[in-house]
Design a protein around this ligand. Structure first.
Ligand code: NAP
Length: 281
């Protein structure tokens, strides 16, 4: 039987740790504040934004909410970011993606001060990860590292295969595993012999964006499998990039969907916000 890596439980533990820390900081007269910007009213974005605000409230982080209309111009959004960058009471700025098509995402994300870039998307923070300096790390891959550490999965010297090379998940994930001294292979849509490469993995991290794509043919017996994917299947049930029922009997440990990687993302966002306050204010 595989160890089920319980992301919900681990995320709760980390949130409770932060809650205690924030309480202590408040006693010392310090508070932490996250500004959350949403442009338009995409229903999925509204759910994410609401969950982020709830997590802030639970931990004791203040949150400022900017709900802007769909017609907001790029210049108006940039002006708001400039204002928040200068506001000393604001420690983290988050701009919920996707943005409406008339707004250039890259221009917006690059305008957020790297010191307040709690999503870890700014090139300066990405560069810091590459060279091993302090910086904010993209929340989902940072959450995966926490899951592995807190489940006592040894990473050093292990063969790790990451499927996916997106800027948000795959690339930072591979860099983080390298930082943990794993031997890392990155696979993508042009990779040849994907099955053979995956079969060599002691730790297989899947961020391919295709429901139930990875079955037991890709997994070595005793491997640790981390499923970053999140989808709705034909019965409208949540599922991941991994065919859980097929793969689970083979693994030594696996993350379920839901309740695996998902709950860690917001948790790491909160952690980044707290770090921003401690490190830069
Ligand atoms: P993405 O931008 O679509 O990237 C998918 C990656 O998979 C790309 O690098 C792509 O390669 C690669 N790929 C596609 N087909 C492949 C194939 N047949 N063989 C090998 N590689 C293949 O997705 P993402 O943003 O990284 O997200 C990945 C998954 O994680 C999605 O299911 C997403 O919903 C989920 N996600 C979850 C969370 C969370 O909080 N749990 C957060 C973010 C994302 P190319 O680069 O060559 O195109």
């Amino acid at each position: 039987m595989a160890q089920i890596i319980n992301g919900k439980e681990i995320a709760q533990t980390i949130k409770d740790e932060m809650r205690i820390e924030v309480e202590e900081l408040k006693k010392a007269g310090k508070s932490c504040c996250l500004a959350v910007i949403q442009v338009g009213d995409d229903p999925a974005s509204s759910v994410y934004v609401s969950n982020k605000k709830k997590a802030c409230a639970y931990i004791g982080i203040d949150s400022l909410s900017y709900e802007l209309p769909e017609e907001t111009t790029e210049e108006e959004l940039l002006a708001l970011i400039d204002k928040l960058n200068l506001d000393e009471a604001v420690h983290g700025i988050l701009c919920q993606l996707p943005l409406p098509r008339h707004i250039n995402e890259k221009t917006i994300l690059n305008r957020i001060s790297p010191k307040k870039d709690v999503d870890g998307f700014h090139p300066q923070n990405v560069g810091a990860l590459v060279v091993g300096d302090f910086g904010f790390v993209s929340c989902t891959p940072a959450g995966v590292i926490q899951l592995l550490k807190r489940s006592n999965v040894e990473m050093e010297g292990k063969n790790c295969v990451v499927i996916g090379r997106s800027n948000i998940v795959g690339k930072p994930m591979a860099l983080l595993m390298l930082r943990e001294n794993a031997t890392v292979t990155i696979c993508h849509s042009k990779t040849k012999n994907l099955k053979e490469i995956c079969k060599e993995a002691d730790i297989l991290i899947v961020a391919i964006g295709k429901p139930k794509f990875i079955n037991k043919d890709y997994v070595k017996e005793g491997a640790v499998v981390i499923d970053v994917g999140i989808h709705r299947d034909e019965n409208n049930k949540l599922c991941g990039d991994v065919d859980y029922a097929d793969v689970e009997p083979l693994c030594s440990a696996i993350t379920p969907v839901p309740g695996g990687v998902g709950p860690m993302t917001i948790c790491m966002l909160m952690k980044n916000c707290l770090e921003a306050m401690k490190y830069y204010s």
